[in-house]
Design a protein around this ligand. Structure first.
Ligand code: UD1
Length: 345
């Protein structure tokens, strides 16, 4: 039997597409809205190749209230939302703050505005460990203080969490689950979907896999003089499929009235911190492919070390990161090779 319909904003994007697959696998009806600003329609084919289902797709911008209203009128059975639609490049947000505030905040406010009108029971929000800034203590729990954001991108995540909380405290008739992701990496093991950055990648893994396949000459490791065992930064690299599965659990909680509080917050990470150099070593071990790299200066704005305490998600959601990092690296490599086979990169 089919379950409720879920609206996935930004559903053709990296984390969005993996989540759509898990929602379909769990029996949900899905409708995607995406403006294709950082993805393309072929992602729908990838989703179909994995699940046998092509989700309904609306090409529109969530900042367009009229288009969003029309979508809810067309699909009056939407019961839950997962909001991935957002701009996400830290550096770009420094150059174009208005774009970031407009896209990320207007999208959210439009959704929150329409939810009561159309009887939507809950919204899962894509937040980030960026809200913790440089944490005083690792691993980071959800109780760690929120630090002043160092970029407009990070600020939109903090403000969005506050907007959702304020709206719900003011009596809005829905629930929200805020998921704070650490560093999502890897691709679906089928290599039918994965991360597809525009232009020169800013994030570590796409830069690494593009170097491994020869598109980039060498990977720059930003700093080896941090206060960490090997001097490079430490992150919590979480497999994107594991991450996607947490969204299905969050949706089930909201729709089945299982939330303990109207706004719930969960860290989504592995609980293990890995350095940039350790990650490169993992990739080389898992794939047998060498990654030419050199140490360069620190990247301004980088956090030295941050990894999650995922105990709350483990215990309350019954969710746990399962995929070993080497498997995740193999999936990222398989995806990069698939892009090459398809002549995309
Ligand atoms: C950043 C954001 C995070 C956001 C994520 C995805 C902050 C503090 N973090 O994470 O909120 O969700 O991007 O957009 O704003 N590195 C290299 N060489 C490279 C690229 C990266 O050494 O070519 C290093 C970085 O210095 C860092 C690590 O790899 O130590 C991870 O970098 P990256 O993948 O860009 O993610 P974050 O900066 O951790």
């Amino acid at each position: 039997m089919k379950k409720e319909r879920i609206l996935v904003t930004g559903g053709t994007g990296y984390i969005g597409s993996h989540t759509v697959v898990e929602l379909i696998n769990a029996g949900y009806e899905v409708v995607i809205i995406d403006n294709l600003s950082n993805s393309n329609r072929d992602v729908l084919k990838g989703i179909h190749a994995i699940t046998g289902v092509t989700p309904d797709f609306v090409e529109a911008d969530c900042t367009d209230l009229a288009a969003l209203t029309k979508l809810f009128e067309t699909y009056p059975d939407i019961k839950g939302i997962i909001n991935f639609a957002a701009s996400k490049a830290v550096g770009e947000s420094m150059q174009k703050p208005i774009l970031y505030y407009r896209n990320n905040l207007n999208t959210l406010m439009n959704l929150l505005d329409l939810m009561p009108r159309f009887g939507v029971k809950g919204i899962v929000f894509s937040s980030s460990c960026t809200v913790y800034g440089e944490p005083d203590v690792n691993p980071v729990t959800e109780e760690a203080p929120i630090k002043k954001a160092t970029s407009p991108y990070g600020n939109t995540k903090q403000i969005s969490e506050e907007i959702i909380t304020d709206v719900i405290n003011a009596g809005a008739p829905f629930k929200s689950v805020l998921l704070r992701y650490f560093n999502p990496v890897g691709a679906h093991p089928s290599a039918e979907i994965g991360e597809l950055p525009n232009g020169v990648p800013q994030n570590l893994i796409p830069y690494l896999t593009q170097t491994a396949i020869g598109i980039r000459k060498e990977l720059s490791v930003f700093g080896n003089d941090y206060d960490t065992p090997d001097g490079s930064c430490i992150r919590d690299f979480i497999n994107v499929v594991d991450l996607a599965k947490a969204h299905v659990i969050a949706v089930e909680r909201m729709l089945n009235d299982k939330c303990e509080t109207p706004v719930e917050i969960f860290n989504l990470g592995t609980g293990v911190g890995l350095s940039v150099l350790e990650l490169i070593a993992s990739f080389e071990r898992a794939t047998g492919v060498k990654v030419p790299h050199k140490i360069v200066g620190r990247r301004p704005g980088d956090i030295e070390k941050v990894w999650a305490n995922p105990k709350r998600a483990n215990e309350v959601l019954g969710w746990k990161a399962e995929t070993p990092i080497d498997d995740t690296m193999r999936s990222a490599w398989k995806w990069q090779q698939r892009l090459r086979e398809r002549g995309i990169m």
